[in-house]
Design a protein around this ligand. Structure first.
Ligand code: NAP
Length: 236
């Protein structure tokens, strides 16, 4: 099946956490800056985030609780016009995210067109909500995300050749477990905060089956401002 080249790119603490107070510590700042620079180095046309990450800083909160009845749109993929070939792929299986525009503009990053990723459990009224903003959407899975199908659609419907999977931990592991990552890029900051509840770079969702640990081959390692940039290739 055709798919983009997929890089999982993450900033972690020394103990592999991707969230927590360590991120605002001065000792983390140089690694954070490097993390952004490396995003540019990969030059991906699309960046994918899970629902929790989208809610944390990319969507306009949650969609209204009571969506109005509206004309029915078929449960089919919709590819909207976009004036940029740069995308934020928003995994939103149940259709809960709120929007104000079909573009996301973040400081220091290029304007990105939103692609919502839904499953068949979405309320059809949510499709009408997305149409209000002319946001693209694709279906990938019945209840849970079908990662392989999504990648195929990103390549064939949107022409995406290189995709960055950028969190959170549940999303990252969904792609890793399905054997769909081509590279893992970790910027490790020289800092930790002892948090026992923060998510780590890989978190297995309860609905995924158990599997053997995944092994990686080291591709490159570089010292960066007191931290490390680690590049690995997952062993297939
Ligand atoms: N350090 C970094 O570089 C970095 C980057 C990005 C994010 N983060 C951090 O990561 C944290 C969030 O990570 P997270 O692991 O809790 O959440 P996440 O991966 O952002 O999102 C998890 C949600 O996505 C949906 N999901 C994930 N895998 C799925 C699958 N296979 N099928 C269907 N749905 C799936 C589920 O939504 P439903 O439950 O609605 O079905 C799940 O609850 C945040 O604190 C954020 O700040 C850090």
């Amino acid at each position: 099946m055709e798919k983009p080249f997929v890089i999982c790119h993450m900033l972690t603490s020394l103990d592999g956490k991707i969230d927590g107070k360590y991120m605002s510590a001065p000792a983390c700042a140089p690694a954070l800056e490097k993390y952004g620079e490396i995003r540019g180095f990969y030059g991906c046309e699309a960046t994918l985030y899970g629902t929790t990450t989208m809610l944390g800083g990319y969507s306009a909160g949650r969609a209204p609780a009571n969506l109005p009845d509206s004309p029915d749109y078929p449960m089919e993929d919709y590819v909207a016009e976009s004036d940029v070939h740069n995308y934020i792929v928003s995994v939103d299986p149940a259709g809960v995210l709120g929007w104000e525009s079909k573009y996301i503009e973040k400081k220091g990053r290029p304007r990105a067109h939103v692609i919502e990723v839904l499953t068949e459990r979405v309320d059809p009224r949510y499709l009408a909500y997305l149409r209000q903003f002319d946001i693209s959407y694709v279906f990938a899975g019945e209840e849970h995300l079908d990662c392989a199908l999504l990648l195929h659609k990103l390549k064939t419907l949107f022409g995406i050749e290189k995709l960055m999977v950028a969190g959170g931990g549940l999303m990252n592991w969904s792609f890793a477990q399905a054997g769909l990552l081509d590279e893992v890029s970790i910027v490790m900051a020289p800092v930790a905060d002892g948090n026992t509840s923060a998510v780590s770079i890989f978190e297995k969702a309860d609905f995924l089956p158990e599997r053997e640990p995944l092994a990686f081959t080291m591709k490159e390692i570089e010292r960066i401002n007191g931290g490390l940039w680690l590049r690995y290739t997952p062993q297939k």
